[in-house]
Design a protein around this ligand. Structure first.
Ligand SMILES: Nc1ncnc2c1ncn2[C@@H]1O[C@H](COP(=O)(O)OP(=O)(O)OP(=O)(O)O)[C@@H](O)[C@H]1O
Ligand SMILES: [Mg+2]
Length: 459
């Protein structure tokens, strides 16, 4: 359904019929569909049924306080815009309302002009949000390469390289931290290669039992060892004509490394126990999250094998180094899991988004995928909110409560935020600068200014 075609709905809940009439009269002309309810319970039922974008809610009504209803509404639909109204203004309840997710607090008697302006503002905001959502959608479609989602310059280089080497390569090495998409890249290389057969055989080298590695990779003949009751081809032969993916190549023993190198050079395999060499024609893609160059220096990985593999090397950046991809990936995974779980989930609340934006994502895209997958299962409204995120993200930098002591200046907020980010990245100023989206000079300037201020305070 196109949201712009649906009439905008506003629900007013108030036990005073006159206020309800006033609100209806005041807002009707703005092309809104106005729904009214005279009590809290009926109002909540209407809210759940209609899911109006805007709610006007009276704070003091009968048995359940407006504040409780506000909480229930925001819990059910964090995207709802709830404006509280009250005849008795208190700074305390205004702060509480905003903290609980209300978007405004108006005093009674209602200032009609102010009310209309505010509602018009919310409608305009919803429209912009809808537009950016569909823009995001277009962007997402434009930023996919063989199922790999990204718009970061680092990844665009990777895409270009895949396109360039796929038609010709025989061996390739894909490196990157855990969860950065190494297997995805390997599959893309395979799909774009002129492999004669659509065979992609994946082998996790770290899961191979040392004594069986050779027979797994190269096969064996009947009687080669106890239990070898018949001839069996190995993974190289199974992948013949296609691609063999050797994952976690850094975990291969030196002996196996030597045999692997031999096959890569000769394009022939010899089954264990056989003297016959069989020709194989395939592409080999190796992957690792270890630093093979260091392993070569330390003597745990063969230099000649490394150079053979690294003729084509594709290095994947961490998610931290391509934060601009977060919104795209969030959208991609929300769509995927919402469809998979058959749930109506439109996206993430701004709070959840900003919480995710400050997290370090050590498990990279796989971790993000899991977080969003779980959240899509947990969320009970249309939007994923902070409560749907795992503890490590919820715990992160808890929103400071907006008590009177917490009402400080923007400059102070900036200072505290910088300090927090610096603590989080272990004082690494370059990383902090990147997270904060400022240049490294800016961060040095900010820091020296903060230092000066501290001196002023202590002086
Ligand atoms: N750019 C991306 N766009 C969409 N999905 C991605 C992207 N990168 C990774 N994924 C998804 O994240 C998960 C992890 O990717 P993949 O298995 O390729 O990572 P990996 O580098 O092999 O990880 P590991 O080192 O843990 O084996 C997969 O489900 C994959 O589909
Ligand atoms: Mg992998």
């Amino acid at each position: 359904m196109n949201m712009s075609d649906a009439p905008q709905q506003l629900l007013a809940i108030d036990d005073d019929p006159q206020t309800l009439m006033l609100i209806s009269a005041a807002l009707e002309q703005d092309g809104l569909e106005i729904l009214t309810d005279g009590d809290v319970e009926a109002g909540y039922v209407t809210f759940l049924r209609v899911r109006p974008r805007i709610v006007l809610l009276d704070l003091a009504m009968g048995s359940m306080r407006g504040m409780e209803l506000l909480e229930r509404m925001i819990h059910a639909d964090p995207g709802a815009n709830v404006i509280l109204t009250s005849a008795h203004y208190s700074a305390e309840s205004a702060v509480e309302a905003i903290q609980k997710g209300a978007c405004d607090y108006l005093t009674k008697p209602l200032d009609i002009k102010r009310l209309r302006d505010r509602v018009a503002g919310l409608i305009a905001e919803a429209e912009t949000r809808r537009k950016t959502l569909s823009l995001d959608q277009e962007l997402l479609e434009a930023c996919q390469f063989e199922g790999i989602v990204s718009r970061s310059p680092l990844m665009l280089e990777v895409f270009a390289k895949i396109r360039r080497v796929a038609p010709h390569f025989k061996t390739a090495l894909v490196t990157g931290a855990t969860g950065t998409g190494k297997e995805l890249v390997a599959r893309a290389l395979h799909r774009l290669s002129p492999a004669t057969k659509d065979r992609f055989v994946a082998c996790n080298c770290s899961a191979l039992v040392e004594s069986l590695v050779e027979s797994e990779l190269f096969g064996y003949v009947k009687g080669a060892f106890t239990g070898a009751n018949q001839d069996r081809p190995g993974l190289f032969e199974s992948a013949d004509g296609g691609t063999l993916f050797l994952d976690e190549i850094g975990d291969l023993s030196p002996g196996t490394q030597a045999k692997l190198l031999r096959v890569l050079q000769d394009h022939q395999v010899r089954r264990v126990g056989s003297t016959v060499r069989r020709p194989v024609d395939l592409r080999v893609i190796a992957a690792t999250n270890r630093d093979l160059r260091t392993m070569v220096r330390e003597g745990t990985f063969r230099e000649d094998l490394y150079y053979r593999l690294a003729m084509v090397e594709i290095a994947l950046p961490r998610l931290e180094d391509r934060r601009e991809d977060l919104p795209l990936l969030q959208r991609y995974f929300v769509e995927r899991f919402a469809a998979e779980y058959k749930r109506q989930i439109a996206g993430l609340t701004r709070r959840a988004q900003s919480r995710m934006a400050t997290y370090a994502w050590p498990g990279n895209i796989r971790e993000l995928e899991n977080v969003i997958g779980n959240a899509c299962m947990m969320a009970d409204g249309r939007f994923i909110d902070i409560n749907d995120l795992p503890e490590r993200l919820r715990e992160l930098q808890k929103d400071y409560p907006l008590t009177d002591e917490a009402l400080f200046s923007l400059q102070e907020a900036q200072r505290r935020h910088i300090v927090r980010v610096l603590e989080r990245v272990g004082g690494n100023k370059l990383r902090a600068a990147r997270i904060l989206g400022v240049g490294r000079n800016t961060i040095y300037k900010l820091l020296s200014r903060m230092k000066l201020e501290e001196q002023n305070i202590s002086a």
